[in-house]
Design a protein around this ligand. Sequence first.
Ligand code: NAD
Ligand code: IPM
Ligand code: MN
Length: 345
Amino acid sequence: MTHLVTVLGGDGIGPEVTDAAVRVCQAVTTADQITWTNASFGGNTFLEEGSAFPDDTQAACKESSAVLLGAVGLGETLPPGAKRPELGLLELRGALGTFANIRPVKPFPSLFDMSPIRPELLEEVDILFVRELTGGIYFGEKTRTATTASDLCVYTEGEIERIVTMATEFSRDRRKKLTSVDKANVLETSRLWREVTSRTAKAVCPEVELEHLLVDAMAMYLLKRPADFDVIVTENMFGDILTDEASMLCGSLGMLPSASIGEGTGLYEPIHGSAPDIAGQGIANPCGTILSAAMMLRMSLGQPDVANAIEAAVEATIDAKVLTPDLGGKATTKEMTDAIIKRLG
Ligand code: NAD
Ligand code: IPM
Ligand code: MN
Protein backbone atom coordinates (compact mmCIF):
# COMPACT_ATOMS: atom_id res chain seq x y z
CA MET A 1 0.00 0.00 0.00
CA THR A 2 1.24 3.47 -0.86
CA HIS A 3 1.09 6.05 1.91
CA LEU A 4 0.56 9.68 1.08
CA VAL A 5 2.66 12.11 3.15
CA THR A 6 1.99 15.83 2.91
CA VAL A 7 5.02 18.00 3.65
CA LEU A 8 4.44 21.50 5.00
CA GLY A 9 7.82 23.20 4.91
CA GLY A 10 6.43 26.47 6.25
CA ASP A 11 8.63 29.47 6.98
CA GLY A 12 12.25 30.29 7.85
CA ILE A 13 14.34 27.16 8.33
CA GLY A 14 11.18 25.01 7.98
CA PRO A 15 11.71 24.04 4.31
CA GLU A 16 15.45 23.51 4.92
CA VAL A 17 14.81 20.91 7.62
CA THR A 18 11.85 19.18 5.94
CA ASP A 19 13.88 18.82 2.71
CA ALA A 20 16.60 17.14 4.77
CA ALA A 21 14.13 14.77 6.44
CA VAL A 22 12.47 13.81 3.15
CA ARG A 23 15.88 13.07 1.62
CA VAL A 24 16.70 10.77 4.55
CA CYS A 25 13.36 8.95 4.26
CA GLN A 26 13.71 8.60 0.49
CA ALA A 27 17.09 6.94 0.98
CA VAL A 28 15.46 4.07 2.89
CA THR A 29 11.94 3.82 1.41
CA THR A 30 10.67 3.42 -2.15
CA ALA A 31 8.28 5.53 -4.21
CA ASP A 32 5.87 2.56 -4.03
CA GLN A 33 5.77 2.87 -0.25
CA ILE A 34 5.44 6.66 0.16
CA THR A 35 4.19 9.39 -2.15
CA TRP A 36 5.44 12.79 -0.97
CA THR A 37 3.60 16.02 -1.78
CA ASN A 38 4.34 19.57 -0.71
CA ALA A 39 1.57 21.95 0.32
CA SER A 40 1.62 25.63 1.17
CA PHE A 41 1.36 26.66 4.81
CA GLY A 42 2.51 29.46 7.08
CA GLY A 43 3.38 33.14 7.03
CA ASN A 44 4.67 33.35 3.45
CA THR A 45 1.54 31.54 2.29
CA PHE A 46 -0.52 34.12 4.16
CA LEU A 47 1.32 36.93 2.35
CA GLU A 48 0.88 35.22 -1.04
CA GLU A 49 -2.59 33.70 -0.74
CA GLY A 50 -4.26 35.59 2.13
CA SER A 51 -4.47 32.51 4.35
CA ALA A 52 -1.79 30.70 6.37
CA PHE A 53 -3.73 27.44 6.16
CA PRO A 54 -5.53 27.33 2.78
CA ASP A 55 -8.48 24.99 2.24
CA ASP A 56 -6.64 22.84 -0.30
CA THR A 57 -3.80 22.34 2.19
CA GLN A 58 -6.32 21.30 4.82
CA ALA A 59 -7.92 18.81 2.41
CA ALA A 60 -4.52 17.37 1.43
CA CYS A 61 -3.53 16.92 5.09
CA LYS A 62 -6.77 15.13 5.95
CA GLU A 63 -6.38 12.73 3.02
CA SER A 64 -2.80 11.87 3.98
CA SER A 65 -1.50 9.05 6.15
CA ALA A 66 0.72 11.62 7.87
CA VAL A 67 1.84 15.23 7.71
CA LEU A 68 5.46 16.36 8.16
CA LEU A 69 5.81 19.98 9.27
CA GLY A 70 8.88 22.22 9.40
CA ALA A 71 7.88 25.39 11.25
CA VAL A 72 5.84 28.51 10.77
CA GLY A 73 6.37 32.10 11.80
CA LEU A 74 7.79 35.30 10.36
CA GLY A 75 8.67 36.64 13.80
CA GLU A 76 7.10 40.07 14.27
CA THR A 77 7.29 41.14 10.63
CA LEU A 78 3.62 40.78 9.60
CA PRO A 79 1.51 43.92 9.16
CA PRO A 80 -0.52 44.89 12.26
CA GLY A 81 -3.89 43.12 12.36
CA ALA A 82 -2.71 40.31 10.03
CA LYS A 83 -3.69 36.81 11.08
CA ARG A 84 -0.59 35.17 12.45
CA PRO A 85 0.61 31.91 10.90
CA GLU A 86 0.96 30.47 14.41
CA LEU A 87 -2.85 30.56 14.50
CA GLY A 88 -2.82 28.54 11.27
CA LEU A 89 -0.77 25.90 13.10
CA LEU A 90 -3.36 25.75 15.88
CA GLU A 91 -6.06 25.38 13.21
CA LEU A 92 -4.10 22.54 11.60
CA ARG A 93 -3.78 20.72 14.94
CA GLY A 94 -7.49 21.31 15.62
CA ALA A 95 -8.53 20.15 12.13
CA LEU A 96 -6.56 16.91 12.48
CA GLY A 97 -7.71 16.37 16.09
CA THR A 98 -4.12 15.88 17.27
CA PHE A 99 -4.86 16.28 20.95
CA ALA A 100 -1.60 14.67 22.12
CA ASN A 101 1.89 15.98 21.41
CA ILE A 102 4.53 13.39 22.23
CA ARG A 103 7.98 14.87 22.84
CA PRO A 104 10.75 12.39 23.76
CA VAL A 105 13.82 13.75 25.54
CA LYS A 106 16.74 11.32 25.58
CA PRO A 107 20.16 12.98 25.32
CA PHE A 108 22.80 11.38 23.10
CA PRO A 109 25.96 10.74 25.19
CA SER A 110 28.17 12.36 22.52
CA LEU A 111 26.27 15.61 23.08
CA PHE A 112 26.46 15.68 26.90
CA ASP A 113 29.19 18.34 26.61
CA MET A 114 26.83 20.62 24.64
CA SER A 115 24.33 20.71 27.49
CA PRO A 116 24.60 23.40 30.16
CA ILE A 117 23.68 20.65 32.64
CA ARG A 118 26.48 18.54 34.18
CA PRO A 119 27.03 15.22 32.31
CA GLU A 120 26.51 13.05 35.41
CA LEU A 121 22.95 14.39 35.69
CA LEU A 122 22.20 13.40 32.07
CA GLU A 123 23.29 9.78 32.12
CA GLU A 124 19.93 8.09 32.75
CA VAL A 125 17.67 10.78 31.28
CA ASP A 126 14.80 9.29 29.24
CA ILE A 127 11.67 11.41 29.47
CA LEU A 128 8.50 11.25 27.42
CA PHE A 129 6.49 14.47 27.54
CA VAL A 130 2.81 14.05 26.72
CA ARG A 131 1.55 17.56 26.07
CA GLU A 132 -2.17 18.26 25.66
CA LEU A 133 -2.35 20.03 22.29
CA THR A 134 -5.86 21.12 21.33
CA GLY A 135 -7.23 22.69 24.51
CA GLY A 136 -6.40 25.09 27.31
CA ILE A 137 -5.43 28.72 26.99
CA TYR A 138 -4.34 28.34 23.35
CA PHE A 139 -7.87 27.52 22.25
CA GLY A 140 -10.07 29.55 24.64
CA GLU A 141 -11.83 32.75 23.69
CA LYS A 142 -9.52 35.73 23.10
CA THR A 143 -10.63 39.32 23.51
CA ARG A 144 -8.90 42.61 22.98
CA THR A 145 -9.73 46.26 23.38
CA ALA A 146 -7.23 49.13 23.29
CA THR A 147 -6.42 48.68 26.96
CA THR A 148 -7.54 45.20 27.96
CA ALA A 149 -6.80 41.71 26.68
CA SER A 150 -7.88 38.28 27.80
CA ASP A 151 -7.17 34.65 26.94
CA LEU A 152 -9.55 32.16 28.46
CA CYS A 153 -8.18 28.84 29.71
CA VAL A 154 -10.75 26.05 29.52
CA TYR A 155 -10.42 22.31 30.07
CA THR A 156 -13.19 19.74 30.07
CA GLU A 157 -13.15 16.45 31.93
CA GLY A 158 -13.17 14.58 28.60
CA GLU A 159 -10.13 16.44 27.27
CA ILE A 160 -8.17 15.61 30.42
CA GLU A 161 -9.30 11.98 30.50
CA ARG A 162 -8.14 11.22 26.96
CA ILE A 163 -4.68 12.75 27.31
CA VAL A 164 -4.09 11.18 30.74
CA THR A 165 -5.29 7.81 29.44
CA MET A 166 -2.70 7.99 26.68
CA ALA A 167 0.05 9.13 29.05
CA THR A 168 -0.76 6.35 31.53
CA GLU A 169 -0.60 3.77 28.75
CA PHE A 170 2.81 5.08 27.72
CA SER A 171 4.09 4.85 31.31
CA ARG A 172 2.64 1.34 31.71
CA ASP A 173 4.89 0.27 28.82
CA ARG A 174 7.91 2.16 30.17
CA ARG A 175 9.09 2.64 33.78
CA LYS A 176 5.59 3.00 35.27
CA LYS A 177 6.13 6.50 36.62
CA LEU A 178 3.78 9.29 35.66
CA THR A 179 4.27 12.92 36.66
CA SER A 180 1.35 15.27 36.11
CA VAL A 181 2.24 18.96 36.04
CA ASP A 182 -0.26 21.68 36.87
CA LYS A 183 -0.72 24.89 38.84
CA ALA A 184 -3.45 23.58 41.15
CA ASN A 185 -2.51 26.03 43.91
CA VAL A 186 -3.84 28.86 41.74
CA LEU A 187 -5.82 27.72 38.69
CA GLU A 188 -9.29 26.18 38.68
CA THR A 189 -8.49 24.34 35.41
CA SER A 190 -5.51 22.77 37.20
CA ARG A 191 -7.67 21.65 40.13
CA LEU A 192 -9.96 19.84 37.67
CA TRP A 193 -6.86 18.51 35.87
CA ARG A 194 -5.50 17.04 39.13
CA GLU A 195 -8.79 15.38 40.14
CA VAL A 196 -9.42 13.85 36.72
CA THR A 197 -5.77 12.76 36.38
CA SER A 198 -5.80 10.95 39.74
CA ARG A 199 -8.87 8.90 38.98
CA THR A 200 -8.06 8.29 35.30
CA ALA A 201 -4.50 7.08 35.88
CA LYS A 202 -5.70 4.73 38.61
CA ALA A 203 -8.45 3.32 36.41
CA VAL A 204 -6.20 2.85 33.37
CA CYS A 205 -3.30 1.22 35.21
CA PRO A 206 -3.14 1.08 39.03
CA GLU A 207 0.50 -0.12 38.83
CA VAL A 208 1.61 3.22 37.42
CA GLU A 209 2.93 5.44 40.19
CA LEU A 210 1.43 8.91 39.83
CA GLU A 211 2.85 12.12 41.29
CA HIS A 212 1.51 15.66 40.93
CA LEU A 213 3.96 18.57 40.72
CA LEU A 214 3.38 22.29 40.41
CA VAL A 215 4.79 23.70 37.19
CA ASP A 216 7.15 26.20 38.85
CA ALA A 217 8.80 23.46 40.90
CA MET A 218 8.84 21.16 37.86
CA ALA A 219 10.80 23.76 35.89
CA MET A 220 13.46 23.54 38.59
CA TYR A 221 13.43 19.73 39.07
CA LEU A 222 13.88 19.27 35.32
CA LEU A 223 17.36 20.76 35.71
CA LYS A 224 18.14 19.43 39.19
CA ARG A 225 17.15 15.77 38.74
CA PRO A 226 16.03 15.13 35.14
CA ALA A 227 16.77 11.39 35.33
CA ASP A 228 13.99 10.92 37.90
CA PHE A 229 11.19 11.45 35.37
CA ASP A 230 9.59 8.90 33.06
CA VAL A 231 6.34 10.16 31.49
CA ILE A 232 5.32 13.76 32.14
CA VAL A 233 1.76 14.74 31.24
CA THR A 234 0.68 18.36 31.24
CA GLU A 235 -1.55 20.97 29.69
CA ASN A 236 -0.87 22.75 26.43
CA MET A 237 1.08 25.85 27.53
CA PHE A 238 3.08 24.24 30.34
CA GLY A 239 4.09 21.47 27.93
CA ASP A 240 5.23 24.00 25.36
CA ILE A 241 7.47 25.81 27.83
CA LEU A 242 8.86 22.80 29.71
CA THR A 243 9.91 21.03 26.49
CA ASP A 244 11.94 23.99 25.20
CA GLU A 245 13.62 23.94 28.62
CA ALA A 246 14.12 20.15 28.35
CA SER A 247 15.76 20.53 24.94
CA MET A 248 18.81 21.92 26.75
CA LEU A 249 19.36 18.45 28.26
CA CYS A 250 19.95 17.31 24.65
CA GLY A 251 22.30 20.16 23.77
CA SER A 252 20.14 22.11 21.30
CA LEU A 253 16.55 23.04 20.59
CA GLY A 254 17.23 21.68 17.11
CA MET A 255 17.49 18.12 18.43
CA LEU A 256 13.95 17.50 19.70
CA PRO A 257 11.29 15.77 17.58
CA SER A 258 7.60 15.36 18.23
CA ALA A 259 4.52 13.46 17.15
CA SER A 260 1.11 15.10 17.32
CA ILE A 261 -1.46 12.33 17.34
CA GLY A 262 -5.08 11.78 18.23
CA GLU A 263 -8.18 11.25 16.18
CA GLY A 264 -6.86 10.74 12.64
CA THR A 265 -3.89 11.78 10.56
CA GLY A 266 -0.72 12.24 12.62
CA LEU A 267 1.34 15.43 12.39
CA TYR A 268 5.10 15.18 12.89
CA GLU A 269 6.98 18.36 13.81
CA PRO A 270 10.27 19.34 15.44
CA ILE A 271 9.66 21.35 18.59
CA HIS A 272 11.63 24.37 17.39
CA GLY A 273 10.35 27.30 15.38
CA SER A 274 11.26 28.97 12.09
CA ALA A 275 14.51 30.42 13.53
CA PRO A 276 14.51 33.66 11.49
CA ASP A 277 17.99 34.47 12.86
CA ILE A 278 19.60 31.62 10.89
CA ALA A 279 17.08 31.08 8.05
CA GLY A 280 18.52 30.87 4.54
CA GLN A 281 22.07 30.21 5.74
CA GLY A 282 21.93 26.44 5.27
CA ILE A 283 23.11 25.77 8.84
CA ALA A 284 19.92 24.67 10.62
CA ASN A 285 20.17 21.46 12.61
CA PRO A 286 18.02 18.93 10.71
CA CYS A 287 17.96 16.30 13.49
CA GLY A 288 14.69 17.34 15.18
CA THR A 289 12.85 17.00 11.88
CA ILE A 290 14.67 13.82 10.81
CA LEU A 291 13.83 12.24 14.17
CA SER A 292 10.21 13.45 13.77
CA ALA A 293 10.13 11.66 10.41
CA ALA A 294 11.38 8.52 12.18
CA MET A 295 8.49 8.83 14.65
CA MET A 296 6.16 9.18 11.64
CA LEU A 297 7.52 6.01 10.04
CA ARG A 298 7.03 4.14 13.32
CA MET A 299 3.66 5.52 14.41
CA SER A 300 1.76 6.29 11.19
CA LEU A 301 3.44 4.41 8.34
CA GLY A 302 4.03 0.97 9.89
CA GLN A 303 7.80 0.99 9.34
CA PRO A 304 9.42 0.62 12.79
CA ASP A 305 12.59 -0.98 11.40
CA VAL A 306 13.21 1.97 9.10
CA ALA A 307 12.56 4.34 12.02
CA ASN A 308 15.14 2.49 14.13
CA ALA A 309 17.67 2.65 11.29
CA ILE A 310 17.23 6.41 10.92
CA GLU A 311 17.60 6.99 14.67
CA ALA A 312 20.76 4.86 14.70
CA ALA A 313 22.19 6.80 11.73
CA VAL A 314 21.53 10.11 13.49
CA GLU A 315 23.32 8.87 16.60
CA ALA A 316 26.26 7.49 14.58
CA THR A 317 26.60 10.84 12.78
CA ILE A 318 26.64 12.67 16.09
CA ASP A 319 29.22 10.22 17.45
CA ALA A 320 31.32 10.95 14.34
CA LYS A 321 31.09 14.68 15.20
CA VAL A 322 29.50 15.80 11.94
CA LEU A 323 27.60 18.61 13.64
CA THR A 324 25.83 21.85 12.73
CA PRO A 325 26.95 25.05 14.54
CA ASP A 326 24.26 24.87 17.25
CA LEU A 327 25.95 21.60 18.30
CA GLY A 328 29.40 23.16 18.26
CA GLY A 329 30.33 21.93 14.77
CA LYS A 330 30.91 23.49 11.36
CA ALA A 331 28.76 21.22 9.16
CA THR A 332 25.99 22.66 7.02
CA THR A 333 22.48 21.21 7.08
CA LYS A 334 23.30 19.41 3.84
CA GLU A 335 26.60 18.00 5.11
CA MET A 336 25.02 16.67 8.28
CA THR A 337 22.10 15.20 6.32
CA ASP A 338 24.48 13.56 3.80
CA ALA A 339 26.46 12.09 6.71
CA ILE A 340 23.25 10.63 8.17
CA ILE A 341 22.25 9.15 4.79
CA LYS A 342 25.74 7.64 4.42
CA ARG A 343 25.31 5.87 7.76
CA LEU A 344 21.95 4.35 6.78
CA GLY A 345 23.87 1.69 4.92
P1 NAD B 1 12.86 29.32 17.45
O1 NAD B 1 12.63 27.95 17.95
O2 NAD B 1 12.55 29.56 16.03
O3 NAD B 1 14.38 29.73 17.70
C1 NAD B 1 14.95 29.89 19.01
C2 NAD B 1 16.49 29.81 18.90
O4 NAD B 1 16.85 28.45 18.62
C3 NAD B 1 17.05 30.67 17.78
O5 NAD B 1 18.29 31.18 18.16
C4 NAD B 1 17.25 29.66 16.65
O6 NAD B 1 18.28 30.00 15.73
C5 NAD B 1 17.57 28.39 17.41
N1 NAD B 1 17.11 27.20 16.65
C6 NAD B 1 15.83 26.76 16.55
N2 NAD B 1 15.79 25.68 15.76
C7 NAD B 1 17.05 25.42 15.36
C8 NAD B 1 17.64 24.44 14.53
N3 NAD B 1 16.91 23.47 13.94
N4 NAD B 1 18.97 24.49 14.31
C9 NAD B 1 19.72 25.44 14.90
N5 NAD B 1 19.23 26.39 15.71
C10 NAD B 1 17.90 26.39 15.93
O7 NAD B 1 12.02 30.30 18.39
P2 NAD B 1 11.73 31.88 18.26
O8 NAD B 1 12.92 32.57 17.71
O9 NAD B 1 11.22 32.26 19.56
O10 NAD B 1 10.54 31.98 17.21
C11 NAD B 1 10.72 32.28 15.82
C12 NAD B 1 9.39 32.08 15.09
O11 NAD B 1 9.04 30.68 15.09
C13 NAD B 1 8.21 32.80 15.77
O12 NAD B 1 7.42 33.35 14.74
C14 NAD B 1 7.48 31.69 16.51
O13 NAD B 1 6.12 31.94 16.67
C15 NAD B 1 7.71 30.53 15.56
N6 NAD B 1 7.60 29.20 16.19
C16 NAD B 1 7.02 28.23 15.42
C17 NAD B 1 6.97 26.94 15.89
C18 NAD B 1 6.33 25.89 15.03
O14 NAD B 1 6.01 26.17 13.88
N7 NAD B 1 6.11 24.69 15.51
C19 NAD B 1 7.56 26.61 17.11
C20 NAD B 1 8.15 27.63 17.86
C21 NAD B 1 8.19 28.92 17.38
C1 IPM C 1 5.43 24.67 19.31
C2 IPM C 1 5.22 26.16 19.04
C3 IPM C 1 3.74 26.44 18.86
C4 IPM C 1 3.07 26.09 20.19
C5 IPM C 1 3.35 27.87 18.44
C6 IPM C 1 4.12 28.34 17.25
C7 IPM C 1 1.88 27.93 18.15
O1 IPM C 1 5.79 26.93 20.04
O2 IPM C 1 5.04 23.87 18.45
O3 IPM C 1 6.00 24.33 20.34
O4 IPM C 1 3.15 26.88 21.14
O5 IPM C 1 2.45 25.03 20.25
MN1 MN D 1 7.03 25.76 21.41
